[in-house]
Design a protein around this ligand. Structure first.
Ligand SMILES: [Zn+2]
Length: 771
């Protein structure tokens, strides 16, 4: 029999290719004698930002030719490249649960919108970059011409005033960059270099002494005969050479008369006077240029000192970056700049492609068993990760493979018991200890021949969820003004909504009790007033009456304490949902069967709470109403996407609230340090869409809301699963730490003598096996 295989096309981090653990994609090939059946499990997007743009354009040939696709859940890193496959010609079915089918279309079209927005943002960045390139080109050109000493006066002036202006300009960092660029491009590292440049600049060589010598010469010229020639200097021609030699002698102190031929005396005097005039002008010019050069020298020295102060290292670095960009994009001219802008980003797929893709979604429900072919059966197990998520169990009936996978004339099967091979692809798995809205992962009761397991949180244990929930509500109770919760649109938003609404329901039961006790307090206070009435006239109170007053006073204090506690429990708040995608997804959940999600429908809210408490923001004017002078500091809870504050409607709320000491920002999900959310947690100011925002709001970080199982839960999964002899276990969708986990699982779960192998494949690896 031919060998079947599994290939790992994504979901594995690979430093060489620069991809993160996103982009889940696994290809199963069931090999028959005559034909192959290939099943693609997930085809997700690599989500490492712009740098993954290229890899997300590529479609694996094998994926394109798959006989069907099974989608585990609607997260973008599992479904994001499906439209691209369809665009490239994939026409076979895509299986998923009904709920995933409902979500996926919203997720993907939301993605198209975000990409459009990104393209706009990138193109405006490109304009900015173009300006940078243009300036770099200018500097490069100026420095080259400065070195070659062929700058026109105008250019020289521009160059110098530009440098000076930048240095004194309002924007110091801009000026610094410019000056650094100029100096570094001109090869200036120290003061010596500055002098060298100045030496190359034009300087005339006349000075005052030349004029002096010429005046003297005019006075000393005498008409003389041949007799005196032996004793005195004698000029016989109007040649410049002759004249220069004589001038040199006078300059060096020759003080005797100088004889000259009769007919030469007048022309010589005229020539010398003309030369005096020219030299005077030259000296003026000389002075002017020297002054100019000195000024340039001063500026260069000033710039140099300025840069030395902030560090030549930084200067060099910034300049190198400048030049690196020019080289990287091959920029020699302005045309090249335009081209470089175009290369930076392009759209992955459009809405038309998306509609075509939707026609191919063949949703099946959880636990639905589908025969891909008679010999290969697909079953969905609950994954408990997000609503609608599943693990894909593929069961291969070994004896039937050859029979099914041939083009014509199936032969009758031999009459013996069929052998099944069970292959399980978990996709992302939810938690056992603290299940979210999607519930708990289901563990297969079959003996597994192959298990492919997500190990995103290898090496980590999540904090207890209940503690996180308590911290969450503490932060809300303490808040004075608006509370902004950056939230992932899918699952996390719904989970937080349910928590908040449940809390409101609890409060609802306390409200009548509070009312009763408040009325009772008022009665007691009235009674107390009556009893103490006489005290106003400072008369002595009889002992019996005093005892009664003390008793009522005790009652009052006790009641007050109870009311205070009740009031904190009965805390009422309005919930604002501003997240277009999660509003769509939430609608899907409200029509779902689970009672919990129905809490969110307006009708149920009215029934249970008397009024709807979740207000959905639809447009800019709804947004503006939240921040009128009167309402700005009203305590309201705003749930808004996205969770890491990289983009989405949450940016609008951050702009309004970050600078407000009354506001609170609560992070309830995964948010690494290098995202905007991470910066908000750790820094004092943050840039949003070109503006800088100081952070005065109270920022709270709550861990423990993960939708992925942790290492303890991964072990739980293994302890409860059973494996066939020679089974293969593959850990993917995780970082480097899954290598350590693989060893631990080998040793602690299977033991060193086990026939079960735990593998950690690299990107694009293929493993082969017999079915
Ligand atoms: Zn996921």
């Amino acid at each position: 029999m031919q060998k079947s295989s599994i290939q790992y096309l994504g979901g594995i981090d690979n430093k060489d290719k620069g991809v993160t653990l996103t982009g889940s994609a696994t290809l199963l090939k069931v090999q028959g004698e005559y034909q192959t059946l290939s099943v693609l499990i997930d085809y997700g997007m690599f989500q490492g930002g712009l740098k993954d743009s290229d890899i997300n354009q590529l479609v694996d040939e094998e994926a394109l030719n798959a006989n069907c696709i099974v989608l585990t859940h609607a997260h973008l890193d599992h479904c994001g490249r499906l439209p691209l496959l369809v665009k490239e010609g994939y026409k076979n079915p895509i299986f998923m649960t009904d709920l995933t089918k409902k979500q996926i279309f919203h997720i993907l079209s939301d993605h198209v919108k975000i990409v459009r927005y990104e393209i706009d943002a990138v193109s405006s960045q490109n304009t900015k970059k173009s300006n940078l390139y243009k300036r770099a080109l200018y500097i490069k050109d100026m420095c080259k011409r400065l070195k070659e000493n062929n700058l026109s006066d105008e250019d020289k002036q521009k160059f110098k005033s530009g440098l000076l202006k930048k240095l004194q300009g309002k924007n110091q960092s801009e000026g610094l960059k410019e000056a650094e660029g100029l100096l570094s491009a001109a090869g200036i590292e120290n003061n010596g270099d500055i002098e060298k440049i100045l030496q190359d600049l034009p300087v005339l060589f006349y000075d005052e002494k030349d004029i002096d010598a010429m005046m003297k010469l005019v006075q000393k010229l005498e008409i003389g005969g041949e007799k005196v020639l032996k004793d005195y200097m004698y000029i016989t021609s109007l040649d410049d050479d002759d004249l220069d030699k004589t001038l040199q002698a006078v300059k060096q102190g020759y003080s005797q008369p100088i004889n000259v031929d009769t007919k030469l005396l007048i022309p010589l005097k005229t020539k010398l006077n003309q030369r005096i005039g020219v030299t005077e002008k030259a000296i003026d010019e000389n002075l002017r240029i020297t002054k100019e050069n000195n000024a340039l020298q001063e500026e260069l020295i000033e710039a140099f000192n300025f840069i030395t102060e902030v560090g030549q290292e930084t200067a060099r670095e910034i300049y190198d970056r400048y030049m690196e960009k020019l080289t990287e994009y091959n920029i020699e001219s302005l045309d090249d700049i335009e081209k470089a802008g175009e290369q930076l980003y392009y759209i992955k797929f459009d809405l038309d492609t998306l509609y075509n893709t939707r026609n191919q979604f063949g949703g099946v429900e959880i636990d639905y068993q589908k025969d891909i072919i008679d010999a290969v059966k697909l079953r969905f197990l609950d994954a408990g990760h997000i609503e609608g998520s599943i693990q894909a169990l593929i069961t291969v009936v070994t004896e039937k493979i050859d029979n099914c996978l041939r083009s014509k004339n199936p032969v009758p099967l031999p009459k013996k018991r069929a052998t099944h091979k069970n292959l399980l692809f978990t996709g992302d798995l939810g938690r056992f200890k603290d299940p979210n809205l999607a519930g708990t992962p289901e563990i297969s009761d079959l003996k597994l021949d192959y298990l492919q397991m997500e190990t995103t949180y290898a090496g980590r244990v999540h904090p207890e969820k209940q503690e996180s929930i308590n911290d969450f509500f503490n932060a809300i109770h303490k808040a004075e003004g608006k509370v902004v919760i950056p939230c992932f649109s899918m699952q996390r938003t719904q989970e937080i909504l349910v928590l908040l609404v449940e809390q409101l329901l609890e409060a609802k039961n306390d409200i009548p009790v509070l009312k009763k006790k408040s009325a009772k307090l008022k009665r007691i206070e009235d009674e107390l007033k009556n009893l103490q009435g006489g005290n106003l006239e400072k008369k002595r109170i009889p002992a019996r009456q005093q005892a009664k007053i003390d008793r009522v006073l005790g009652l009052k204090n006790e009641l007050k304490k109870e009311i205070k506690e009740l009031k904190s429990r009965c805390f009422q708040y309005d919930i604002i949902l501003d997240s277009p995608l999660s509003t769509e997804i939430t609608n899907i959940y409200t029509t779902n069967l689970f009672e919990k999600y129905r809490l969110l429908s307006n009708q149920v809210q009215k029934e249970l709470l008397g009024k709807p408490v979740v207000d959905v923001l639809l447009n800019q004017s709804d947004h503006n109403k939240l921040y009128t002078e009167k309402r700005r500091n009203k305590k309201e809870i705003i749930l808004s996407s996205g969770g890491m504050c990289q983009g989405g409607s949450v940016l609008n709320h951050l702009k309004e609230n970050l600078g407000n000491t009354q506001s609170t920002i609560i992070f309830v999900g995964y948010c690494p340090d290098n995202t905007r959310g991470g910066y908000i947690k750790n820094k004092k100011s943050i840039e949003i869409e070109g503006g800088l925002y100081e952070i005065y709001a109270n920022v709270v970080n709550i861990n423990g809301f993960s939708g992925h199982l942790d290492e303890e839960e991964i072990f739980h999964y293994f302890e409860k699963s059973s494996f066939a002899r020679g089974a293969k276990v593959v850990l993917n969708h995780g970082t480097e730490s899954r290598h350590i986990l693989a060893n631990k699982i080998s040793e602690e779960i299977f033991g060193c003598r086990s026939s079960v192998k735990v593998l950690v494949p690299s990107l694009n690896d293929t493993i082969e096996f017999k079915l």
